[in-house]
Ligand binder design. Structure first.
Ligand code: GNR
Ligand code: NI
Length: 169
């Protein structure tokens, strides 16, 4: 297992579009394990491969209180979405910034597990929000892209300042 470095906004690599996984090799299982370890260590409730600079359609999520319910989504597709929910989101690629985003309240997802076996899952509340947040990453979208241009400018300057200060320290 290994901890993977997480890209931080506004890194251009966060805009890359992830490719479908076509072969369920040991390397994919290792990626899933490393992503889970990285997510738990952060700590976060989800992580998309894009955030660790791997541009494949792989997501890990665990919204449980005790980190006991790891969910792996490979090649996820939303096959149904309805309702609306607005909730405060954060992102490991945008540390220390939180804002409200509107999402579908209920989604049905079709995906494959780490062995390539297809499954479907219905989600509401935080799990539904997290699935949509992670699937955005696979399309090169970060949650702040849903905010106003003014807010995006502010977050960008704040992050650039943070990176400048980290580089000096
Ligand atoms: O850890 C995370 N928390 C979170 C809170 C509300 C909505 C979405 C998230 S996902 C985030 C981890 C992350 O950045 N995943 O891409
Ligand atoms: Ni995120």
């Amino acid at each position: 297992m290994a901890l993977l470095p997480i890209l931080e906004y506004p890194d251009a690599r966060l805009k890359r579009i992830a490719s479908p996984v076509t072969e369920f090799t040991p390397a994919i299982k290792k990626l899933v394990n490393d992503m889970a370890e990285t997510m738990y260590a952060a700590p976060g409730i989800g992580l998309a491969a894009t955030q660790v600079d791997v541009h494949k359609r792989v997501i890990v999520i665990d919204v449980s209180q005790d980190k006991s319910d790891l969910k792996v989504f490979i090649n996820p597709e939303i096959i149904e979405a309805d309702g609306e929910i607005v909730g405060e989101e954060g992102c490991l690629s945008v540390p220390q910034y939180y804002d409200n985003v509107r999402r579908a309240a209920h989604v049905k997802v079709r995906a494959q597990d780490a062995s390539g076996t297809p499954f479907e899952l219905e989600a509401t509340e935080l799990l539904a929000v997290c699935i949509q947040h992670e699937m955005d990453h696979l399309k090169g979208i970060v949650f702040v892209d849903h905010l106003s241009q003014l807010k995006q400018m502010r977050v960008k300057s704040k992050m650039i300042k943070r990176h400048r200060e980290a580089a000096r320290a």
